[in-house]
Design a protein around this ligand. Structure first.
Ligand SMILES: [Zn+2]
Length: 128
């Protein structure tokens, strides 16, 4: 990855942390996240920036007990894919009992540090 794409992803995380998340939408309505500049589904490069809805729904979740080294001290933890209408985000679920996480749970996306090395990561917490 080049510095430019890292910069775009950092900017996305900063906006998300500030409650101003966004995503990009192609002309066919597919959602994608920075730093992508072309739609992974149809190749369209004519992208529009849209506001990320404040809450989404968990579509899949997995409990990770044997993590990658980057998340060693975080385990066990739950990762989830969350559908925000136009786009899906992947992140770590916090604030919900791990055995109680269910498909359809409403969550908001934010950015927090992981326990292992303090790197920023996308985190989902229960929506109000
Ligand atoms: Zn597309």
């Amino acid at each position: 990855m080049t510095d430019v794409t890292n910069g775009e992803y950092d900017a996305f995380l900063e906006a998300l942390a500030a409650g101003e998340g966004y995503y990009r939408s192609c002309e066919n309505g597919h959602g994608l996240l920075p730093p992508r500049r072309a739609c992974p589904h149809c190749g369209d490069r004519n992208l529009t920036e849209r506001d990320l809805p404040s809450a989404g729904e968990i579509v899949t979740h997995t409990t990770v007990s044997v993590p990658t080294p980057q998340f060693e001290d975080d385990a066990p933890y739950v990762t989830a894919v969350v559908d925000f209408g136009g786009v899906r985000l992947t992140g770590v679920v916090r604030g919900i009992d791990q055995t109680a996480v269910e498909i359809g749970d409403r969550v908001t996306a934010t950015v927090e540090s992981n326990e292992t090395d303090g790197e920023r990561t996308i985190v989902f917490r229960p929506a109000e």
